[in-house]
Design a protein around this ligand. Structure first.
Ligand SMILES: *Cc1c(COP(=O)(O)O)cnc(C)c1O
Length: 236
């Protein structure tokens, strides 16, 4: 299967899952998780109709952006963001999915204000309460959204989650359902600097389940680009 064929297939499966859930296909946006795929492969995905790319590491994003990899598409940041990389990222992407602490939110806000802009972000929820993952506990979300009102450089546009690795996609459903409930509960409240527009969840193995549970952004890598080659990779 080529990248082009995979993009068409993923889009068809999103549409099918949306319709089955009584939703419209256009209400779910596909974010192609482009990590470890070079500029040529990213361009191929965009040519095949990918409208949003999601990158995981700031350094890789900067390199590929300099090569014009994302031209014609919107760019999001979906990976773990270190505070010392905030300066390089703010203003470069239209959405940061992965704000996992109030300290990071404050750092992004400060940098955005310095540049006279507002950075759209999502709050990451550690929905499986996993020690290995960062993110807000679900019960911390109302206070975090309240706190967002104090930060003039950000706009919180919704929530993001990466559920625990499960044997089968169905096992993720309770986590996706809990995220949907958390999203809906907080959508009803009014907070300054917050509009609950996006619920980012679902990856290659489980995006149809996520769509069934209300995801509006799905982040799909392997199902578009094939398996990633981690040999010779350095961390950072
Ligand atoms: C890599 C990645 C994805 C996509 O994962 P696949 O299983 O390859 O679809 C989604 N979200 C985040 C945060 C990622 O790092």
């Amino acid at each position: 299967m080529t990248i082009t064929e995979n993009v068409a297939l993923v889009r068809a499966r999103i549409a099918e899952a949306a319709l089955a859930a009584g939703r419209e296909a256009k209400d779910v946006r596909l974010v192609a998780a482009t990590k470890m795929n070079d500029a040529a492969r990213v361009r191929e995905a965009i040519a095949a109709g990918v409208e949003v790319c999601g990158e995981n590491r700031v350094q890789e994003l900067l390199e590929k952006q300099a090569q014009g990899a994302y031209e014609g598409a919107e760019l999001h940041f979906i990976g773990h963001l270190q505070k010392n990389k905030v300066k390089q990222l703010v203003g470069r992407v239209s959405l940061i999915h992965s704000v996992d602490s109030l300290e990071l939110l404050a750092a992004i806000s400060r940098e955005a204000e310095k540049r006279g802009l507002r950075q759209d972000v999502l709050l990451e929820v550690n929905i499986g309460a996993e020690a290995s993952k960062s993110g807000f506990a679900p019960e911390q979300i109302p206070a975090a959204l309240e706190k967002a009102g104090e930060f003039g450089g950000i706009w919180v546009r919704g929530l993001m989650a990466i559920p625990p690795i499960c044997e089968s996609p169905e096992e993720n459903r309770p986590f996706f359902r809990r995220m949907q409930q958390l999203f809906v509960d907080n959508e009803r409240k009014r907070y300054d600097n917050v509009s609950m527009d996006f619920l980012s969840m679902g990856m290659s193995g489980d995006f149809t389940e996520a769509v069934a549970c209300g995801a509006t952004l799905v982040r799909v890598g392997t199902a578009i680009f094939g398996p990633r080659d981690y040999t010779g990779r350095k961390e950072g």
